[in-house]
Design a protein around this ligand. Structure first.
Ligand code: TTP
Ligand code: MG
Length: 366
């Protein structure tokens, strides 16, 4: 009998998303084995419940008490007074991030780092999902063996599906969603699982009786566009798992940035300054680890009415001075209207030294 191979169809895209578990807290626990298994909360000083900053992250043991990122540290102290409260050590996190990203990057496929603890890989070359799963298992093992840290991985046919999947069984999870199971995987999940859908969008959708991604799929896209404009069309696509964003493999960094959305909008300038200082320290640690020097600092603020403003300053010379980052960012804090609260603050460093003058390419991650 003559058996024909099936005609080759268009190559299917297979995307992997890796995200470290309770990253800052996990690095602290690795450094201090005596606090392993305890509720660990990294963030501002709780000052016996009078502290004003926010939680950076909490170990899974602390999350049982209802403590999570961006929560006021005073509330975290109230919920978990027996927790181990630590100030962040960004140099350690930048170094650990470098180790993890080097391992991820050495996995075959296009690589894109999207934050200090997460990255995408395009592993379409795997050809099928069983092989993609083997790549994911090997990556988890390599990260655990070489860094002592656990991560969660999601694999699926698009960025959005793999990202939602990596979050699905945290910590130390692996979730593989084949194309024919995307709808069944996504539909029972709450709409808040879609990246970018925050409290405000969630509340507006709830007014329409939409709670799950399945509810969102069933609604006419025109209704969403009427309500949210372009963003309505985007979330409708994402709800279907449709996302054509490619993996952007970049030669070195164009910018490094950090954004924090507060759990409760804040009008407290001290909180803004403290948050900027934390982000400055974190970004500075990345600069040092990656041997980068920059020229431009940008501060971004989004107020309670979703109005976003950015202000930048560019220096004549390249620098990596941490004091300068802090001072300039404070100076850039745009004067905000009395009484107007802030929901998001961001800090970005860009304008790095041209490639070649120093070691700045991603392949030189140490
Ligand atoms: P995340 O990946 O969002 O959180 P996580 O790694 O701590 O926990 P998970 O297991 O749910 O992934 O963020 C990575 C790190 O970024 C986190 O360890 C601390 C920092 N971070 C902040 O400083 N503030 C924030 O509001 C968030 C969300 C994260
Ligand atoms: Mg993480």
């Amino acid at each position: 009998m003559f058996l024909r191979n099936p005609a080759p169809g268009p190559a299917q895209k297979i995307i992997l998303h890796v995200d470290m578990d309770a990253f800052f807290a996990a690095v602290e626990m690795r450094e201090h084995p005596e606090i392993q298994g305890r509720p660990v909360i990294v963030g501002a000083d709780p000052k016996e419940g009078r502290g004003r900053g926010v939680v950076s992250t909490a170990s899974y043991e602390a999350r049982v008490f209802g403590v999570h990122s961006a929560m006021p540290i005073s509330k975290a102290f109230e919920r978990c007074p027996g927790g181990v409260f630590l100030r962040p050590h960004f140099d350690l996190y930048a170094q650990a991030s470098g180790e993890v990203m080097e391992i991820a990057q050495n996995t075959t496929g296009l690589f894109e780092q999207v934050s200090i603890d997460e990255a995408y890989l395009d592993i379409s070359h795997a050809g099928d999902y069983p092989e993609a799963r083997r790549i994911a298992v090997a990556l988890k093992e390599a990260i655990r063996n070489k860094t002592g840290l656990t991560c969660s991985i999601g694999v699926g046919p698009s960025k959005v599906v793999s990202k939602i999947a990596s979050d699905y069984r945290k910590p130390d999870g692996l979730t593989v969603v084949e194309p024919e199971h995307v709808e069944e995987f996504l539909s029972p999940l709450p709409v808040g699982k879609i990246p970018g859908v925050g409290k405000k969008t969630r509340e507006a959708l709830q007014q329409l009786g939409i709670r799950t991604i399945g509810d969102l799929v069933r609604i006419d896209v025109q209704e969403l566009i009427a309500l949210f404009g372009k963003w309505g069309a985007v979330i409708h696509d994402l709800a279907h798992g449709t996302d054509d964003r490619e993996i952007k493999q970049e030669e070195g960094y164009k910018s490094i940035s950090r954004e924090i959305t507060f759990e409760n909008d804040t009008g407290d300038e001290m909180v803004l300054v403290q948050t900027l200082d934390n982000m400055a320290a974190e970004l500075h640690a990345v600069l040092v680890n990656e041997h980068l020097r920059f020229r431009t600092v940008t501060v971004k603020l989004r107020d309670e009415h979703f109005q976003t403003r950015t202000r930048s300053k560019t220096f004549e010379r390249y620098t990596d001075d941490p004091v300068l980052i802090r001072e300039v960012s404070h100076g850039l804090l745009p004067a905000f209207q009395e009484g107007l609260k802030i929901r998001l603050i961001g800090l970005r460093l860009s304008g790095f030294e041209p490639k070649g003058s120093r070691q700045t390419t991603i392949s030189e991650f140490a």
